[in-house]
Design a protein around this ligand. Structure first.
Ligand SMILES: Nc1nc2c(c(=O)[nH]1)N[C@H]1C(S)=C(S)[C@@H](COP(=O)(O)O)O[C@H]1N2
Ligand SMILES: [Mo]
Length: 409
């Protein structure tokens, strides 16, 4: 077969920057950091407690969910740290991933497409690596930008994509490890004759940027994204969260001035529903109905906890006051409850229910909050009552609670 023109010709790619060293250094950076993004992602999935009734969105996860463990309810900053790391590091790696793909671009146009069966298998496995990687990063990024467009839902797609990506990543790391080690150690610009990767251009054009300049550009872009990621998590740095829609947002006044995810209006919650007619239904051995006044008359507990969203932003600690979940379990006649299923007034859409296991029900800082930092909850933060559980993902901190069912498994 004749070699097609254009990028299939070896002399097409002319950047003097390509070669074993560039690709290997970028590969080493990814080898050290991508597993952290993966592990914090798996931890986040476990923190969702997908094994509990009402929580699961990936019933067919099978072995992929085989590692699940009971996410602890403390220390309270655990999910905030986990998710801040997952999202910030993921964003920081975007320029590195793009540079790494650019550095190996000539390989995409190898001719003939496969020289042997093992070469064909190797190239096909790159589909999982490049396709799975781009898919996982892209779904994560559009999701944190409020752009929920992933068919089948973000949650399942990101999980399955990540496993495909990491399987191929591990295989690629094993196959390429010694090449990478040699490449990192070889500081001289490679020539096609000395470059074992075949990435050095046989006809390099005069350089417009040194390799060091390219590394500095990548590092600079990564640092910018890193500052943005951190800005979403540190109140005083919030103005730096330039591309992050929620991070900069200020909602409400005084104690209620912290970011909101999904306003009351967005979820169709009205002042009327949450006014005097509102009741909390506790379902258990002795079902009870409570008004907000009744709840305020029960022993109140203060818990200093952050809201930490799966999407990588978090608030500082707020002082939430309300009734402990374990006191509500006792009121409902199920003091040994090891499951609570919470429902919101919200009629449709995601996040209207959440289930918690025993460690959350009995944690002394897990509350049905009525007030925040000395003020009534604002409607957007879940008035009349919302769940706040230490170290739980923000998404489980159900707002506008209407029903809580306590059960013993
Ligand atoms: N009923 C209901 N509760 C909800 C949500 C929702 O959409 N509906 N969003 C959740 C998400 S994703 C987060 S991060 C937190 C945000 O809490 P905040 O808006 O008070 O900061 O609320 C959670 N509780
Ligand atoms: Mo969230």
């Amino acid at each position: 077969m004749r070699r097609p023109p254009g990028p299939f010709r070896p002399r097409f790619f002319r950047s003097p920057l390509r070669g074993a060293r560039l690709t290997s250094v970028l590969g080493l950076v990814l080898l050290c950091s991508v597993p952290i993004v993966f592990l914090t992602g798996l931890a986040s999935y476990a923190a969702y407690n997908p094994d509990l009734a009402g929580n699961d969105q990936t019933p067919d996860a099978g072995l992929l969910a085989g590692y699940l463990f009971r996410w602890p309810s403390g220390p309270s900053w655990l999910y905030r740290l986990n998710q801040g790391t997952h999202i910030t590091l993921g964003l920081v790696l975007v320029p590195v991933v793009l540079a790494k793909l650019w550095s190996v671009l000539p390989k995409l146009f190898t001719w003939p497409p496969a020289t042997s069966v093992s070469h064909a298998v190797e190239r096909l496995s790159l589909l999982g690596l490049v396709g799975g990687g781009l898919f996982t990063f892209a779904t994560g990024i559009v999701n944190i930008q409020y752009w929920y467009v992933v068919p089948g839902g973000f949650y399942a797609a990101h999980l399955y994509g990540a496993w495909i990506f990491m399987g191929s990543f591990a295989a690629h790391a094993v196959v390429k490890f010694s090449t990478m080690r040699a490449g990192v150690r070889c500081p001289r610009p490679a020539t096609p004759l000395t470059d074992p990767t075949g990435l050095a251009s046989p006809r390099p054009a005069p350089g417009t940027l040194s390799r060091r300049g390219l590394f500095a550009t990548i590092a600079g872009a990564a640092a910018l994204l890193g500052v943005m990621g951190v800005g979403q998590n540190v109140r005083r740095l919030r103005p730096l969260a330039l591309l992050a829609p929620r991070g900069q947002r200020v909602r409400g006044d005084g104690p209620n001035d912290f970011p909101v995810n999904k306003t009351a209006a967005h979820r169709g919650i009205t002042e009327e529903q949450t006014g005097d007619v509102w009741r909390l239904f506790l379902d258990g051995a002795t079902p009870v109905q409570l008004s907000r006044q009744d709840l305020l008359a029960l022993p109140q507990h203060d818990a200093d906890l952050p809201i930490a969203c799966v999407e990588g932003w978090s608030t500082g600690t707020q002082r939430w006051s309300g009734v402990r979940l374990r006191d509500l379990a006792a009121l409902a006649g199920v003091p040994d409850a090891d499951l609570v299923v919470v429902e919101s007034l919200q009629e449709g859409g995601a996040f209207r229910t959440a289930s918690f296991p025993a460690n959350a029900v009995h944690d002394g800082d897990a509350v049905l909050a009525l007030r925040v930092s000395g003020a009534d909850l604002s409607l957007d933060h879940g008035f009349p009552a919302r769940i706040v559980v230490p170290a739980a993902p923000g998404v489980r901190n159900t707002k506008w609670v209407s029903t809580m069912r306590f059960e013993v498994a």
